[in-house]
Ligand binder design. Structure first.
Ligand code: PLP
Length: 430
């Protein structure tokens, strides 16, 4: 694999951009190599600056459920751009996407668009605090809700990958109002929520954790969370930035049949453009300015290009059988990976929900942050480099989710299986 062009670009990037990247995990440090520079994506195929091609299992960390440069999305963005890229004013197209979101999610009566998942979760928490008049946020170890101050406590994604406990620059005064408890621990949940000294405003959760690798909710976990928060008047926030329109058109809340009070969205609803959204019960959403006193705003919020891309993407997901086909493809692929690991004799725990999956190099089941951390990240690094050399693009961290998209063909998946077989065998050498 030739990577001279990428190496040159990385040297240049480091001169102008901290670490050469605009988001830390992209620097590939935990997998022990330098990043490749992507110049093109089409369907399931990525091309880098040296002309190498890869089958993409990252899908821009989730948004690209129909693959790169889908003609419907490209066309919608082109048409929108030709009519003006931003107005900072009300437009008809934002009503269309809002109506689609409200239609898709039973628990959402009103929705506000922002520009990223981070903005969505940050705003949802402010709203929950404003609505309840309470301060404390409960989250779960290993869940990631973007990079706002309140969430950088035992967080997932780059925080785990880089092995840092939190972040300098986040004052203790802020994080003292965030409590992080183990995911899937029903006892800790009950104990914490029932502690009435705490004055809990909200609980925020990834209904399927995706940012410590894919970790499904244990049976009864989400049910108990709903029951307790309801009883105690605590706002329940589902962070569906990954799972929204991923596990089905109605997201994780439909998949598990549990209605949160507020939902955060991002990734897929922007079709690959920068978008986030938060929505929920009208009674809560009406507390946002200008109807209510909780302030939240955005120059580019509801941007016409992003709205057009989102609408085009959601329309593709409405095709009959879309999610059934995706499930079948993902299930088949996962079971082949499982068989492969068993045949070769390499310890792998394969977690999958719908088209989200992670193969942990671990001997015991991965059900939370503590068990995820037992995975062999060193071994993953070697696997990552071998797969990359073989034309398979995986996330540059053991603690991330691989995504199946509608764009990956039988051949693409076959190639991934062959390369995995080769890589697993090589991992066991000497
Ligand atoms: C990606 C992600 C976010 C943050 O979204 P950004 O657009 O990166 O700010 C928040 N929550 C979850 C669950 C995510 O996966």
């Amino acid at each position: 694999m030739k990577c001279t062009a990428s190496a040159q670009l990385f040297a240049q990037a480091k001169k102008y951009i901290p670490g050469g990247v605009n988001s830390p995990v992209r620097a590939c440090r935990s997998v022990g190599c330098d990043p490749i520079f992507i110049t093109k994506g089409l369907g399931a195929t990525l091309t880098d600056a040296d002309g190498n091609e890869y089958v993409d299992f990252v899908c821009s960390w989730g948004p690209l459920i129909v693959g790169h440069a889908h003609p419907d999305i490209v066309g919608a963005v082109q048409r929108a751009a030709a009519s003006g890229t931003s107005f900072g004013a009300t437009t008809p197209v934002e009503i269309d996407l809002a109506a689609m979101v409200v239609e898709a999610l039973d628990s959402v009566e009103k929705v506000r668009f922002v520009n990223s998942g981070t903005e969505a979760t940050m705003s949802a928490v402010r709203l929950a605090r404003g609505y309840t008049g309470r301060k404390v946020v409960v989250k779960f170890d290993g869940c990631y809700h973007g990079h706002a101050d309140s969430f950088l406590v035992k967080a997932g994604s780059g925080i785990i990958t880089l092995g840092i406990p939190g972040s300098p620059g986040v004052p203790d005064d802020i994080v003292k109002n965030t409590i992080s408890i183990p995911y899937n621990d029903l006892e800790a949940l009950e104990r914490t929520l029932r502690d009435d000294k705490l004055e809990i405003a909200c609980v925020i959760v990834e209904p399927v954790a995706g940012n410590m690798g894919c970790v499904p909710p244990a049976p009864g976990f989400l049910e108990k969370l709903r029951k307790l928060t309801h009883e105690l008047g605590i706002v329940l926030i589902f962070d569906e930035v990954i799972t929204g329109f991923r596990l089905g058109y109605g997201g994780a809340q439909q998949y598990y049949n549990i209605a949160p009070d507020l939902t955060c969205l991002g990734k897929i609803i922007g079709g690959g453009l920068p978008v986030g959204a938060y929505g929920g019960k009208a009674e809560i959403m009406n507390c946002i300015a200008p109807d209510g006193p909780v302030y939240q705003a955005g120059t580019l919020s509801g941007n016409p290009l992003a709205m057009a891309a989102g609408i085009a993407n959601l329309k593709l997901l409405q095709q009959p059988g879309f999610y059934e086909r995706l499930e079948e493809k993902a299930a088949g692929f996962a079971s082949r990976l499982d068989d492969l690991a068993a045949t070769i004799g390499i310890p792998v725990q394969l977690n999958r929900v719908g088209s989200m999956m992670t193969a942990f190099f671990a001997t015991e089941q991965v059900t939370d942050f503590t068990s995820a951390m037992k995975a062999d990240a060193q071994r993953y690094g070697q696997h990552y480099r071998q797969m990359l050399a073989g034309g398979i693009y995986l996330a540059p961290s053991q603690f991330e989710t691989a995504f199946i998209s509608a764009a990956q063909s039988e051949e693409d998946l076959e190639k991934a299986i062959k390369m995995t077989e080769w890589s697993f065998k090589k991992l066991l050498e000497k």
